[in-house]
Each structure stands twice: as structure tokens, then as C-alpha cells.
Design a protein around this ligand. Structure first.
Ligand code: APR
Length: 246
């Protein structure tokens, strides 16, 4: 880990410990060390597939075979992946009262699987399903088997936010409210390319920090910008907090 990253990680951990009012915002870079591809870095999904041909309401309606293949493949791959130690650091920080909320763009459910209670899924969840037509909930196996909606015969889809769709209102409002009141917003593993989530950090009255492997070109907007691996830096911060009695 870069020595500059270590210094900034310690400064960030000090704010987390002193203020006990941190909101964490995560992206796909939080799950790559669990074996889940992200979207826009070298090995990301959108380097292979144009998202506008597959992650849209039009794809559900016009190209369901491709849509279903993409999401069922992601679900099958995800079933072999688990949260990593970095997810469990965030869970410990919630349990010890340091972190008030994890707002995530991720749909994998790893934060909840790691035991976090205060999680807002701003882009929905790939682990829950509904009918695209009537909205009735559906079971995973019905989606995986490409069954039609039991209620209206419509197409089943995961409960993720597709491009052009609205974010879940409650999740967005609660995330905005807690970010505004936070003393620190710590962003982990996101390119900050997608609106409106990329607007959240600037809404806080507190300090802002980011841990990211590649350049996001938003580093200068952050008080503390750390270049590095989510798992490694979170573990470093967790160790620092434990040594400081938190
Ligand atoms: N540690 C730190 N950063 C990492 C790691 C890691 N182990 N692995 C990847 N990253 C960084 C990458 O450098 C990249 O900048 O995480 C970022 C992930 O960015 P994206 O792939 O764009 O993912 P994300 O920002 O979450 O995308 C937002 O776009 O397609 C939509 O709905 C999708 O929620 C997603 C949204």
C-alpha cells in the first residue's frame, strides 16, 4: 500500500472514531475482491457489452432472451461469491456505532450478507425479482427457469434499477438525508460515473474521502483521496481503529 494511502487512511479513521457519524457509499469496486466483476475498469462488464443493449427496460421488452441470459449468468456466477473481510470491517463499524449507513450501488446483497443492518440499495437488488409488467414479486427459480408472471403472464426480471429507470424513492431520500447530516462520507470502489448517485458526496456538510483503485477524475473534490484496494485499505483502517480502542 502506498505510504500516502496509509497516512490518509489513518486520518480518515481518526475522523470516523472522533465523529461517530460516517456514511459509506460503495460501488462495484467493493465486490471485485469477492470475485464479482465491476463495470468500467479493464475487466468490467461494460467493456464487453454495451449496457444500453442489455440493462434497459427496452431490453426486457424487445430482447428478453439476451436480457435473461445476462442476468441469469450474473446470478449463477454470484452464487459462488461471498463478502470479503472489507465487508466485515464495515459491519463491525456499524455495530460499534461508528457508521450510520451504507448506501450502495451494488445489487449483490453482500453488505447485508456480512451482517450490516443499515443498508440502502440505491440500484436495487439482483437477489429479488418481479414482473416487469404488473410488478408482482416472483421467486428466483421462476426467473431462472424463464417462467412467465403467475399473475399476468408478463416477463420476470431482477429488482435492479435499469438505465433510465427511477431509483427507489425511500432508499434515495434516506441516503440523501443521512449524507447531508454526516460528518464524513467515505466512498469505496466506484467510478462515480452514474447520476444521481455520483452527486451524493457533494451534499454532505462533513468531510469526504474516497478509496479507489483507478482514477475517477473526481479525486480533487475529496478531502482525502486514497488510491488502493478496498479490502486492503479498509482492513488497514480497521486495524488502526482497533489499536485506538474503537
Ligand atoms: N478496490 C478499490 N477500487 C476498485 C477495486 C478494488 N478492489 N476494484 C475496482 N475498483 C474501482 C475501479 O477502479 C472503478 O473505478 O471501482 C470502480 C468501479 O467503477 P464501475 O465499474 O463504474 O462501478 P460503479 O461505479 O459501481 O458503477 C455504478 O453503473 O452500470 C451501473 O448499475 C451499475 O451500479 C452500477 C453503476
Amino acid at each position: 500500500m502506498l505510504s500516502e494511502t496509509k497516512e490518509k487512511a489513518e486520518l480518515t479513521a481518526q475522523i470516523i472514531a472522533e465523529q461517530k457519524n460516517t456514511v459509506i457509499l460503495t460501488g462495484a469496486g467493493m465486490s471485485t475482491e469477492s470475485g464479482v466483476p465491476d463495470f468500467r475498469s479493464e475487466s468490467g462488464w461494460w467493456r464487453k457489452i454495451d449496457p444500453l443493449t442489455i440493462a434497459t427496460a427496452e431490453a426486457v421488452e424487445e430482447n428478453y432472451t439476451l436480457f435473461h441470459e445476462f442476468y441469469s449468468n450474473r446470478l449463477s456466477a454470484l452464487s459462488d461469491c461471498r463478502p470479503h473481510e472489507g465487508h466485515y470491517c464495515l459491519e463491525r463499524w456499524e455495530k460499534t456505532g461508528l457508521v450510520k449507513l451504507v448506501a450502495t450501488q451494488n445489487v449483490d446483497g453482500f453488505h447485508q450478507e456480512a451482517g450490516l443492518v443499515n443498508v440502502e440499495e440505491l440500484h436495487g437488488s439482483i437477489q429479488r425479482f418481479r414482473c416487469h409488467n404488473c410488478g408482482v414479486e416472483a421467486a428466483k427459480e421462476k426467473f431462472m427457469k424463464k417462467s412467465a408472471c403467475a399473475s399476468c403472464g408478463g416477463k420476470l426480471r431482477p429488482n435492479v434499477v435499469l438505465f433510465g429507470e427511477m431509483l427507489p424513492e425511500t432508499a434515495w431520500k434516506r441516503s440523501m438525508e443521512l449524507v447531508e447530516k454526516a460528518e464524513l462520507v467515505l466512498v469505496v470502489g466506484t467510478s462515480l460515473q452514474v447520476y444521481p448517485v455520483n452527486q451524493l458526496p457533494a451534499l454532505t456538510r462533513g468531510k469526504t474521502a474516497i478509496i479507489n483503485r483507478d482514477e475517477t477524475f473526481a479525486e480533487t473534490d475529496f478531502d482525502l483521496a486514497m488510491k488502493g484496494s478496498a479490502k486492503e485499505v479498509l482492513l488497514y483502517m480497521d486495524n488502526y481503529l482497533k489499536n485506538a480502542g474503537f
